[in-house]
Design a protein around this ligand. Structure first.
Ligand code: ARG
Length: 263
């Protein structure tokens, strides 16, 4: 079973605006958010071993553990260096969790924004990495040294898809599911040249279809994405729709709430 990290939504809230989805006047229903998180958690628990990090009151976005960092080796993690001060307060909490669990913690230089598994995704022999919106390209080079694998840099060009994991997920080592409109032409070519692809339409990309968690042949996908669901089912995947409306108000959904510790 894979092992993942999640953070209970006790202190989840919308207190600032740091992406195109977050609007202070569009507050999440926190009771509903808890239910949605719990439902996701129950699904994940059936197919993975879930570790929990304690939420901190001053960190309303700490639920999005994909941004804690990136596993780069056996009990080795490259800690995130958040672009926004609003999220930098999470770094010591994630660091402490990793240290207490026996991880060696590496960090990026001060001037090199890096948002962990939100922007660098495992794709078999190589990794795919997004830049421009949150993570900067300097982080790709350094991550590639730690990972000892090739990292393909993909430029994100639309503010609504600001982390790689909002616009793309890896289905298996050969196949990528993505929303082309989030990437520049060159990035699209790079993706198409290296992988078989399934394209997500804009309407479903806006419902965070690309922010799905894939474990084996199960895909935990934000609810409301019938077209990509049908394509995946035709390939033999079991797609489980999970309502994520209250996290989408903060610019996140299923994958943002889950960080892979072991595959
Ligand atoms: N409100 C959070 C932020 O703007 C959402 C993070 C979503 N995480 C992700 N991996 N896409 O940073």
């Amino acid at each position: 079973m894979p092992r993942v990290l999640m953070c209970p939504p006790d202190h989840y809230a919308l207190r600032y605006e740091i992406n195109a989805w977050m609007h202070l006047e569009n507050q999440p229903d926190l009771a509903l958010a808890r239910q949605q998180w719990q439902r996701l958690y129950e699904h994940v628990r059936r197919i993975a071993q879930v570790e929990l990090v304690s939420p901190a009151p001053e960190c309303p976005d700490m639920v999005f553990t994909a941004n804690a960092g990136l596993i780069v080796g056996d009990r080795e993690v490259l800690l995130s260096r958040f672009r926004h001060p609003e999220r930098r307060v999470e770094e010591p909490h994630f660091r402490r969790w990793f240290e207490e669990h026996g991880y060696t913690v590496y960090t990026m230089p001060e001037d090199c924004p890096f948002e962990g598994e939100g922007d660098i995704l495992y794709a078999g022999e190589r990794y795919l990495a997004g830049y421009r919106k949150r993570t900067e390209i300097c982080a790709h080079r350094l991550a590639s040294e730690y990972l000892k694998h090739e990292v393909l840099s993909l430029e994100l060009v639309d503010d609504r898809w600001y982390h790689l994991d909002t616009a793309l997920f890896v289905l298996d080592e050969r196949t990528v599911v993505y929303y082309p409109g989030a990437f520049d032409l060159y990035a699209r070519r790079v993706i198409e040249e290296h992988f078989d692809t399934l394209h997500v339409v804009e309407e479903e990309a806006l419902r965070f279809a690309c922010n799905s968690v894939v474990i084996d042949h199960t895909v935990l996908m934000p609810a409301g994405c019938p077209l990509i669901t049908a394509l995946l089912e035709r390939r033999g995947y079991r797609v489980i729709p999970v309502p994520m409306s209250e996290f989408i108000k903060s610019g996140g959904a299923c994958k943002c709430l889950v960080m892979f510790l072991e595959r």
